[in-house]
Design a protein around this ligand. Structure first.
Ligand code: FHN
Length: 612
């Protein structure tokens, strides 16, 4: 994905109080600093790509001096990603660097971290060796490091690299190459050297960045990843020099695209970005177990085991790898709720490894209303997160012969399920599923096909569970259809697709395949000012139109009941009949069958792609 496509409307939504102008500046530039995407021929099938291609799940760790502050500076709490506290709270270099003498993470236990990652089902660990603060979490010739500047005096990176190797986990380093807020000349660092002379990036690069990348590549055995971040406007020659260094010292390491300049082996998507459509190439989404990357005392907004699993399966189902972060605290411990929830999700992964490891993207290219699908050869792994009340799983547009359908029951038994055809739909009857399976985090239905899956990708409207159709799957005419991203708190990214800027004749159109004729309750998700009037029409000529109050953030509004007289293919169109064409912005349309008990709503399973 080209990050240049992602533009945010930050001014209206940033809710920072302290240092808000600095926050705005940093926020405005953070996504532009991720660098261009990359895809390299041949890498995907290479041995060194196995952790991304087949592993599909890794642990990210943000840990540094900022972890000891934990989101608190003196009497002020910093609400934002904790590792940015120095910059956002404008802490002086002297005071910040002085914090090192109080950093003694005596509870750090590399084996315990590895145990948590393994229990979670993760296949590798990437940890911050140096984040933007400039503090090295490894023994370095540069004095501002954990061995020489803290009472701890141990090299936790050494301990973790050894523990990973012993346990058979891949191990890699995050390194912030461009930003270094305590180093003269680096991005965000002091503008002058200690002697008062003007600082240059070149000197920072020669004296600190390059030697430290050399150190991490030389002193910790074979590395699986070097994960650079926010290259911004870093000179190309420096980036190329780092790439050459890594290639020479760690020929088997995978380099992420955030090294910059279109280099690297695979693409890092935007922070917290689980895409809605399948995404090509070798890629990874960095996400976090709560809102912050590093430990913040107040941030208890943990993703539940079900959310963790859903986001993992959705990422694999879109063709990628899920890199899920934890932030150990100042003592070195991973917060207990994160460890617990990871383990619960991990238990499911261990029971159903084939749905994640070695699995690839769903042939539908998108999620299903009841869950998601990954693929292993000719087998479809249908992961059911929201069981329809009648326990019938509908699949639109599946072409070809089904050899067998099997439900993996909680008790370990395999239950064959009947499957039937209804027009272009395949209906799997899971009414015999036992209660424990239905109550578990997710059900796994294995659908073995006689040949590779072929699918008509027209979105289906399901007869027994609400179906949400997002704006990005509509064709828009005389209206602007685009991805937006923004920060909820500082550094907490959200993504959405919106259709706005309505002109005369503006319309958003979805081609759909309706499983069952009947009445459907329609909700539109939109934002705007005043009271817009939206019209929803079908190619059968049915129309509903309603006026509702709008709000400046995206919300779902009931719009009316729409009838499909016949099942099968239809076109649904939405247009703005009255209201401000500039501020009225449509995100999605949702259909809930009327008269059916639809079971648990799927609207609360957030992939954090919806929002304001
Ligand atoms: O600024 C950093 C942020 O602190 C965090 O490390 C994330 C993780 O992907 N990367 C940068 C922002 O994209």
């Amino acid at each position: 994905m080209k990050n240049s496509n992602l533009r945010s409307t930050l001014a209206s939504i940033l809710t920072l109080s302290a240092a808000s102008s600095l926050a705005l500046h940093a926020a405005d530039s953070m996504d532009k600093m991720w660098g261009d995407s990359t895809t390299k021929d041949g890498v995907e099938s290479s041995e060194r790509a196995a952790l991304l291609r087949d592993g599909n799940y890794g642990m990210f760790i943000h840990w540094g001096l900022y972890s000891n502050l934990g989101g608190q500076w003196k009497d002020q709490t910093f609400y934002g990603i904790g590792e940015w506290i120095k910059r956002q709270m404008k802490i002086s270099d002297e005071e910040y660097m002085g914090q090192a003498k109080d950093f003694n993470p005596s509870e750090f236990d590399a084996k315990e971290i590895v145990r948590i990652a393994k229990e979670a089902g993760m296949k590798y660990i990437v940890i911050t060796s140096k984040h933007h603060e400039g503090f090295a979490m490894f023994k370095s010739a540069h004095a501002f490091n954990i061995v020489d500047a803290t009472p701890f005096q141990r090299d936790p990176m050494k301990e973790l690299s050894v523990a990973c190797r012993e346990a058979g986990l891949g191990f890699g380093f995050y390194y912030s190459h461009f930003q270094d807020w305590t180093s003269p000349g680096a991005e965000g660092g002091p503008k002058t050297n200690p002697d008062g002379s003007p600082a240059t990036f070149d000197k920072y690069f020669r004296d600190k960045c390059y030697p430290q990348v050399d150190e991490i590549c030389s002193n910790y055995g074979p590395l699986a990843f070097i994960w650079f971040d926010t290259p911004g406007s870093m000179p190309k020659e420096n980036i190329v020099a780092l790439e050459e260094l890594v290639r020479k010292k760690q020929p088997n390491a995978m380099l992420n695209s955030r090294i910059g300049q279109g280099l690297g082996d695979y693409e890092s998507l935007g922070d917290m970005e689980v895409p809605r459509r399948n995404h090509q190439g070798l890629w990874e989404t960095p996400d976090t177990t709560n809102d912050s990357w590093s430990y913040a005392w107040y941030d208890q907004n943990w993703k539940t085991p079900k959310e963790i699993l859903h986001r993992l399966v959705a990422t694999v189902g879109r063709g990628g790898t899920y890199l899920l972060n934890v932030g150990p605290d100042g003592t070195g411990r991973i917060p207990a709720p994160a460890a617990r929830y990871l383990a619960e999700a991990g238990q499911w992964v261990k029971q159903h490894p084939g749905a994640v490891y070695g699995a690839s993207a769903s042939p539908w290219g998108v999620a299903q209303p009841w869950g998601d699908i990954t693929r292993t050869g000719n087998t479809l792994n249908a992961v059911v997160f929201d069981w329809p009340a009648d326990r019938k799983i509908h699949l639109s547009g599946l072409v070809g012969k089904i050899d067998s359908v099997t439900l993996h029951q909680q008790n370990g038994n395999r239950l064959p399920l009947p499957a039937s055809k209804s027009g272009s739909w395949t209906v799997i009857d899971a009414t015999a599923a036992d209660a424990a399976t239905v109550a578990s985090l997710a059900g796994l239905i294995e659908i073995k096909l006689a040949s590779p899956a072929k699918v008509d990708p027209t979105p289906g409207i399901h007869p027994n569970i609400p179906t949400m159709l997002y704006g990005e799957f509509a064709s828009a005419r005389n209206a602007e259809s685009k991805v937006i991203n923004w920060m909820e708190k500082f550094g907490e990214w959200k993504f959405a697709h919106q259709i706005s800027e309505w002109k005369s004749g503006g319309v958003a159109e979805w081609n759909v395949d309706v499983a069952a004729a009947g009445d459907y309750f329609v909700e539109l998700t939109y934002k705007g000012t005043e009271r817009p009037v939206w019209a929803v029409t079908t190619s059968e000529g049915t129309k509903i139109q309603n006026q509702q109050v709008a709000s400046p953030v995206y919300k779902a509004y009931p719009t009316g009941i729409l009838r499909f007289a016949k099942p099968g293919k239809h076109t649904v169109s939405v247009s703005l009949v009255a209201g401000d064409p500039k501020t009225s912005s449509l995100q999605a349309i949702r259909f809930s069958p009327v008269g059916e008990s639809t079971g648990e709503s799927n609207s609360n399973i957030s992939l954090s792609l919806d929002g304001k």
